[in-house]
Design a protein around this ligand. Structure first.
Ligand SMILES: [Zn+2]
Ligand SMILES: [Zn+2]
Length: 380
């Protein structure tokens, strides 16, 4: 079968920038990644093809050679690339699988890289995992215990993480005699590169464990109980040490990072430990004074006295009715800002009453009177 054009495979033009190529590969790799398509041979093949294309096009020198000579530039390597020794993940190009994965996935996909590198003999720390947790402001105030479910890679219990089937173990690689490196000619270049048969480990698993296909890890759902402390805010993230993906060959586990997002609240706005809210007052309450009840974040109700003549923008401060604080047991304050509501949809009788009210005199609105006096002076 004729090999498909690398640019076509990635769905980019010949002039595509490195960033565009990386972006195209990333979305295709996410789509066809074997972890997301278990048992789907077609996806696996597609995944290999796009990875091969990316391996060439991301490297300026190789890309130039490809642009000039097409697949012939890499003719020797192309056939031997997919010998499938380790669950079909061997690659014949450049720095091998691990490096592309590190490059592409490490910032956000964590464990995907681990699987492809599973047969390496050096101890490796497992990948970190990110989990996004959305909570309400009330939950952030009180703190909460929450069960979360994560998909993670754990050590395969069948082979105890070795990747080799029961009764067998990894053997010295015949291709590189255990050095992990091979010299080869690739079109016009002679390069020393990672051994394609063992991915640079110097060892091959001839009889891979059936359960983990030789990777030493299996994907598994894990349920964790997380204690979210009171006072947490959206910029905070929690680290659960060792709860990330399993390490390899005795390496430590990665960590789990919980990124907390506090949902916007319909009434309260948060400013660090303080809360702000705006309370509408009817014109009559603002003028005559009265009592209102303010619901607080801790579930209590606070009685607030409105003094006669309260204006829009006036504020009362309710001490210790704000947010709890993460580092200590203090509580912030709640600032209640009043907003006087001008009545609408007046009845005929109300209109009449307000007209009478207005005729009573202007002393009731000293600011408005003063303002129009000043305006008069200016226009003189
Ligand atoms: Zn296994
Ligand atoms: Zn080798």
């Amino acid at each position: 079968m004729a090999k498909q054009d690398y640019y076509e495979l990635l769905g980019v033009g010949k002039e595509a920038s490195d960033v565009e190529i990386k972006k195209a590969y990333r979305s295709l790799a996410m789509k066809y990644h074997p972890d997301r398509n278990p048992g789907d041979k077609e996806a696996e093949l597609k995944f290999k093809e796009v990875t091969e294309a990316y391996e060439i096009l991301k490297d300026g020198q190789k890309r130039a050679a490809y642009d000039r000579y097409g697949h012939a530039a890499f003719a020797q390597g192309a056939g031997a690339g997919f010998n499938g020794g380790f669950g079909g993940f061997n690659f014949d190009f450049g720095g091998g699988f691990g490096s592309i994965f590190e490059d592409i996935f490490s910032e956000f996909m964590g464990g995907a890289a681990g699987r492809a590198r599973a047969s390496q003999s050096a101890a490796r720390r497992g990948a970190d995992i990110r989990y996004d947790l959305e909570i309400s402001l009330e939950e952030a105030y009180r703190g909460l215990k929450k069960e979360i479910e994560i998909q993670t890679a754990v050590r395969c219990d069948e082979c105890d993480g070795s990747g080799a089937a029961a009764g067998s173990k990894a053997e010295t690689c015949d291709t590189c005699h255990g050095t992990g490196r091979v010299r080869r000619q690739s079109g016009f270049f002679i390069e020393e590169r990672m051994c394609p048969a063992c991915q640079g480990t110097g060892q091959v698993i001839k009889n891979p464990c059936k359960k983990c296909k030789g990777t030493g890890k299996v994907s598994q759902k894990k349920v964790l109980e997380v204690n979210v402390p009171a006072g947490i805010d959206s910029e905070n993230r929690m680290r659960l040490s060792g709860q990330g993906e399993a390490g390899l060959n005795g390496g430590p586990n990665g960590d789990l990072y919980i990124f907390v997002h506090v949902k916007p609240h319909p009434i309260f706005k948060r400013d660090g430990a303080n809360l702000h809210c705006e309370v509408p007052l009817s014109m009559t309450t603002a003028a005559l004074g009265g009592n209102i009840e303010i619901p607080c974040i801790d579930g209590s109700k606070e009685k607030v006295t409105i003094s006669p003549g309260t204006q829009t923008g006036e504020e009362v401060r309710l001490r210790k009715k704000g947010m709890s604080m993460l580092q200590n047991k203090n509580v912030g304050d709640l600032f209640v800002r009043f907003k006087v509501e001008t009545p609408t949809k007046l009845t005929a009788k109300q209109k009449e009453l307000l007209k009478q009210f207005a005729e009573e005199g202007k002393e009731n609105s000293p600011e408005a009177t003063g303002f129009f006096e000043k305006l008069k002076d200016l226009l003189k």
